[in-house]
Design a protein. Structure first.
Length: 207
């Protein structure tokens, strides 16, 4: 009886030790783990996030620059490492030209609707993107001003890193080409060719 008691006590102590020393992740629900798992990240599904960046470009032969910030909404599907999807975004900004003589030019808003395709290397996704671009711009000279919505195309590349199963961060370069648009004021008419290069960082939540 004494031997049986000692054996049962030893098994009880061993059981307590094993469970007491086990990593918390083993006891937790896998859905709440903060890592992406042994097979890498899953970038599929709906993503919603925020972006901030700096723009450098030209308008009417003058250099332009300024900050921009906004949000994006997208959807990805994934098969093994291949990832494809679509995304829309909108960014408010103050992208102003240098010297245009007595005139000034300012891009107030940038937006795009794009398709994306890339490959996931574990927790890192590299991708390219292309689509339609839109911007609102204001041309102003001493006689007046005109606001105009200009349209063009955008293309770019990016890299996204999965911090957790539902949160990722990314770095993107986008080039917008809006072509020529003519701005009219009471005593002048000015054609302006606009292109914008945007380098931005962002963070996304995945559903």
């Amino acid at each position: 009886m004494r031997i049986l008691f000692l054996r049962n006590s030893a098994l009880s102590l061993l059981t307590l030790a094993v469970f007491g020393l086990a990593p918390p992740a083993l006891a937790a629900d896998p859905a709440y783990r903060t890592n992406t798992g042994p097979n890498g990240a899953d970038f599929s599904g709906v993503s919603l996030g925020a972006d901030a960046g700096v723009a450098l470009g030209s308008a009417g032969g003058a250099n332009s620059s300024g900050p921009a910030g906004g949000a994006h909404l997208g959807y990805n599907f994934q098969s093994n490492g291949l990832v494809g999807g679509a995304e829309i975004d909108g960014m408010f900004g103050s992208i102003r030209t240098g010297s245009l003589g007595v005139a000034s030019f300012n891009q107030n808003f940038l937006s795009s609707a794009r398709v994306k395709a890339g490959y996931a290397f574990g927790d890192i996704l590299g991708y390219g993107t292309v689509g339609m671009a839109y911007s609102t711009a204001t041309y102003e000279d001493p006689t007046g001003s005109q606001n105009k919505t200009i349209k063009g195309y955008v293309l770019g590349v990016g890299a996204e890193y999965a911090l957790t199963r539902i949160v990722s961060i990314r770095l993107e370069y986008l080039r917008y080409d809006f072509g020529n648009a003519t701005y009219n004021t009471p005593f002048a008419s000015k054609p302006i060719y606009t292109d914008t290069n945007l380098l931005r960082v962002g963070a996304s939540v995945h559903f």
